[in-house]
Design a protein around this ligand. Structure first.
Ligand code: NAD
Ligand code: IPM
Ligand code: MN
Length: 344
């Protein structure tokens, strides 16, 4: 069996709770993975030493190439430097330009929609993961005064937009919907439009459409089953992927892969955050972390193992052997054990 090294960054809040279940489940599969825990990367250290992620840790991650990530964020940390210093730094410094966020309805009863015929969401948000409003370009004048002025610039490069739109067309099964706000945003909107039209014309085999982000949010609620791949920028992808997560079963179930398809590096994490409101209560649903581990397996070429994990999650949810957010009565550990028991 091949041994592959995985870096595990549990992080904060429910991050360690759900990541532990994901690791135990990967171990139960016996896929020959080897885990190195970087559990010193957390808000406690940031508050104590002001260190988010060291250069050494970044290099360790770069060498391994694959990360299983929990969540970062703590109510005691109010400035964005911490999350930016850990998660956004990993995404940008490793150039993980695709944030792949699938949403497939886990079980009928979990849809928040009344209309049964439109519940069957099975789509992917392909989120640009290195540019947009997240680059940190900007500044503040007269900070802290009543005359304060702040600017956060949105960066869009031709390279960045082309590679994410091309990736979206490469993974689509039926259609690609490009989402932007080019009716209001002056320059970036035009760049996304131009690149999308050029890419669309090279892929006549797929249906192409465009929606402004406000209408996309509406249409996702009205007719989620009509979407296949949604490609969009960093901010809109962040927002729409929480929406698609809820349509598919709940934020606790949503998985994501932050990847660079050229280098093969990847960071796999649930879409949710550190959930300080439920930390330590056994209420955290491990499904999002486990399904993120399945995405990791898929990218490492372990397709049948990935499918076994996905089947096990589905089965436990269908049988209500899950956490309260999905209508079950199990705690995080028990839900993880149920998934492992359901592995065939
Ligand atoms: P959140 O995703 O942590 O929580 C939103 C709501 O969903 C909460 O009510 C929470 O209890 C619930 N929830 C989330 N995950 C769940 C799970 N696995 N099982 C059951 N319920 C779950 O979002 P937030 O409250 O806005 O953010 C909390 C902290 O997490 C903040 O510091 C934020 O910046 C950070 N955050 C980090 C990541 C990440 O590391 N990728 C993602 C989102 C938010
Ligand atoms: C996510 C999170 C992050 C983001 C935060 C924690 C910076 O919400 O991974 O979706 O906005 O990308
Ligand atoms: Mn988010």
């Amino acid at each position: 069996q091949n041994t592959q090294k995985i870096i595990v960054i549990p992080g904060d809040g429910i991050g360690p709770e759900v990541t532990e279940e994901a690791v135990l489940t990967l171990q139960a599969l016996g896929a020959g993975l080897e885990f190195t825990f970087l559990d010193r990367i957390n808000a406690d250290r940031y508050l104590r030493d002001g260190v988010a992620l060291t250069d050494g840790e970044l290099e360790e991650v770069r060498t391994a190439g694959t990360v299983l990530f929990g969540a970062v964020g703590d109510p005691r940390v109010t400035n964005p430097d911490y999350a930016r210093g850990v998660l956004l730094r990993l995404r940008t410094d490793l150039d993980l330009y695709v944030n792949y966020r699938p949403a497939v309805l886990l079980d009928e009863r979990l849809s928040p929609l009344r209309d049964e015929s439109r519940r069957g969401i099975d789509c992917v948000v392909v989120r640009e993961n290195t540019e947009g409003l997240y680059t940190g370009v900007g500044g503040s004048l007269r900070t802290g005064t009543p005359d304060e002025v702040t600017v956060d610039q949105e960066t869009n490069t031709h390279l960045g937009v082309s590679r994410i739109v091309e990736y979206a067309y490469g993974v689509a099964r039926r259609s690609v919907c490009m989402v932007d706000k080019s009716n209001a945003v002056r320059f970036g909107g035009q760049l996304w439009q131009r690149v999308w039209r050029e890419t669309r014309d090279r892929h006549p085999e797929l249906d192409s459409s465009h929606l402004y982000v406000d209408v996309a949010a509406m249409k996702l609620v009205k007719d989620p089953a009509s979407f296949d791949v949604i490609v969009t920028n960093n901010s809109y992808g962040d927002i729409l992927s929480d929406l698609t997560a809820e349509l598919a079963g709940g934020l606790g179930t949503a998985a994501s892969a932050n990847i660079n398809p050229v280098t093969g590096m990847g960071l796999y994490e649930p879409v949710h955050g550190s959930a300080p409101d439920i930390v330590g209560k056994g209420l955290a649903n491990p499904a999002g972390a486990v399904l993120s581990a399945a995405l990791l397996l898929r990218d490492r070429g372990l397709k049948s193992e990935a499918e076994a994990l996905e089947r096990a999650v589905r089965r436990t949810v269908a049988e209500r052997r899950c956490t309260p957010d999905l209508g079950g009565t199990l705690n995080t550990r028990q839900a993880g054990e149920a998934i492992r028991a359901a592995l065939d």
